[in-house]
Design a protein. Sequence first.
Length: 255
Amino acid sequence: MWPKMPYQARLAHVFRRRQALKRGARDALGSPMLVLLAGMLAYGSVAHQQGLDVWITSLGSVFIFALPGQIVMQEMLIAGAPLYSIVLAVFVTATRFVTMSITLIPQFHRRDRGPMLYLFVHLVAMTSWAVSMRAFPTLKRAERLPYFAGFAFTVWLVAFPGTFLGYVLAEDVPRWMGYGLALINPLFFLMSFAELRAKVSLLAVFLGFVLGPITYAWDPATSLLASGFIGGTLAYFGFEHLARWSANWREARRT
């Protein structure tokens, strides 16, 4: 529970958290919701073309809410892969949520880091994570969980109708367009880094962009993982080394 405080202060505290919740919902109503809607439309369309059940497909978007994992599961089911292989593949695609959660949770107020987070963690996605990381520096710690909840829950609401609508309209959506719509979500995630002040993040994106074609020519199956790992590692240690060298150079000039 939150510590005891005067009545007026408690009202102000509740009001600020409610305003943060509303702000998160408002921020989700623009391009983030449309981006996720496009991805779910694509997923539903492809599922229809592959002959999967409409209700399993639509409810999967609600309870899984991880488009890359859903697509992997869909493709492996169609290919007739064994169940253990499907579970392992989806598990691997979901490991990205570990690093997302590790960076999100410490930014919440310590009073918010309770069992309720097990409910909110289901709403973690590329879009909600990227936008929250951008907005958190402008919010007090006590306002960050309400903001995330408002944003992520609002975006999550389009999962079922988006998938269902994509399934129903599948005959009017070419397969190439369906896969193209699915790429809008990671593209939005990539573009969101352009607004971050951390230059190391921009450097990591740039290096991944450069290394992508090279690693694909070497091994298409692991190119995405390899370019991300190599680019991120080089950006982190390279930027740290460059910052240290720059600081030493400026210090030498003063003396």
